[in-house]
Design a protein around this ligand. Structure first.
Ligand code: KG4
Ligand code: ZN
Length: 354
């Protein structure tokens, strides 16, 4: 029997098992993480090694440096995740791994490790879309949360409003036409001389500052659910350059606050409109920018007024982690075939084509 034939058989048996224990690996960008998750909801361990201090010197993530550090981290993290869960490799039922989106070299480290574990232990390999992972972070935080719901995905690489029809089916309502919201945060931070990772710094400096600057940008997408962050980002950059040319001092907290209000208001208006049009009374936030204090507070207030139940993950599950990948892997295992060992990393995969 070939590997894939054996794995298909194993998956059928696992679907009948009361408790399925998945070891999950995440290495799409600058965090290496290994987690052990049972039945998609119960996290036994979730070990994260962040490379922020390494990449800070370069002002952003250097892909090759990220890959090399994932290689150094990955096996010790597998061991730590098992130790922390008080389990052995023989207790693991399946391996979940981020297949994309992300940096190709970084993804390949996790994927190769996952394939090796799958082959050596003779257990199924489940490739996971990273963005599905960010959505699933909410399943871990809220045991009562089940699809369908409306989801606002705001990450470093994606900005989208999606209807989550069930655990594995999504329909896109709107998305960014250019930059992702996190990318806009990071670029604005950079022009203001703030250290990588910039989004969280902009958020901190903006706190308690009343926004006063109007960054003029053409919102040609006002009547649909798509957004553009490139125009807003350029408006901030032009504003900063003009002041610098005149030799005037920059009011950095004011710029952060004005940018943040506009960036968040643009998307929250649309997602609330989408909830109404699609008759959804549950709204879920996902992705790194879901950690943003203004996004959280503004939607908390607006959802309360509109009678919409709002869910967002605790801060530790907003950033990249393997527990969220383990959650997706479980729900995929219930309905989808396992992967063969010849799968490759998918650096630019979107939500809809998985
Ligand atoms: O979801 P994520 O890991 O990216 C992708 O998977 O693509 O999120 C990283 C992004 C970065 O752009 C970072 O600057 C942003 O999330 N971010 C924030 C905050 N915390 C992280 N942006 C705004 N406010 C924050 N508090
Ligand atoms: Zn992410």
């Amino acid at each position: 029997m070939t590997y894939i034939e054996r794995m298909k058989g194993r998956v059928i048996n696992l679907r009948k098992k009361e408790i399925v224990t998945i070891l999950a690996i995440e290495s799409s960008c600058d965090e290496t993480s290994v987690a052990i998750v049972q039945n998609g909801r119960k996290v036994l361990s979730n070990i994260i090694s962040s490379q922020i201090d390494i990449h800070r010197h370069f002002g952003g993530v250097v892909p090759e440096v990220a890959s090399r550090n994932h290689i150094l981290n990955i096996i010790p993290l597998v061991e730590q995740a098992l130790d922390s869960a008080k389990l052995k490799l023989s207790d693991i039922d399946a391996i979940g791994v981020t297949q994309g989106a992300g940096l190709v070299g970084a993804l390949l480290v996790g994927l190769t490790t996952a394939k090796a574990l799958s082959y050596a232990l003779d257990i199924p390999l489940i490739p996971v879309n990273h963005i599905k992972g960010h959505i699933a972070a909410n399943y871990i935080a809220f045991p009562e949360l089940t699809p369908p719901f409306m989801c606002l995905i705001t990450s470093g690489g994606h900005t989208a409003i999606v209807n989550v029809d069930d655990y594995n089916h999504f329909s896109l309502v709107g998305s960014t036409q250019d930059d992702a919201i996190g990318e806009a945060y990071d670029k604005v931070a950079r022009i203001l001389g703030l250290e990588y990772p910039g989004g969280v710094k902009v958020d901190k400096l903006a706190q308690g500052v009343e926004p006063k600057i109007q960054f003029v940008h053409n919102d040609t997408l006002a009547n649909n659910y798509n957004v553009s962050y490139s125009g807003l980002k350029t408006a901030v950059i032009n504003y900063v350059h003009k002041l610098e040319q005149k030799g005037e001092k920059l009011d950095v907290p004011q710029i952060c606050s004005s940018f943040q209000h506009e960036a968040v208001d643009m998307i929250t208006k649309k997602v609330l409109r989408a909830c109404k049009e699609y008759n959804q009374n549950k709204l879920v936030l996902a992705g790194g920018v879901a950690a943003n204090s203004y996004l959280r507070s503004s939607l908390t207030e607006k959802c309360k007024a509109e009678n919409i139940s709002l869910y967002f993950p605790p801060l530790e599950f907003c950033t990249d982690n393997a527990a969220m990948i383990g959650s997706v892997a479980y729900y995929q295992l219930l309905t989808e075939e396992p992967a063969d060992l010849n799968i490759s990393a998918l650096p630019s995969i979107s939500l809809s084509n998985n």
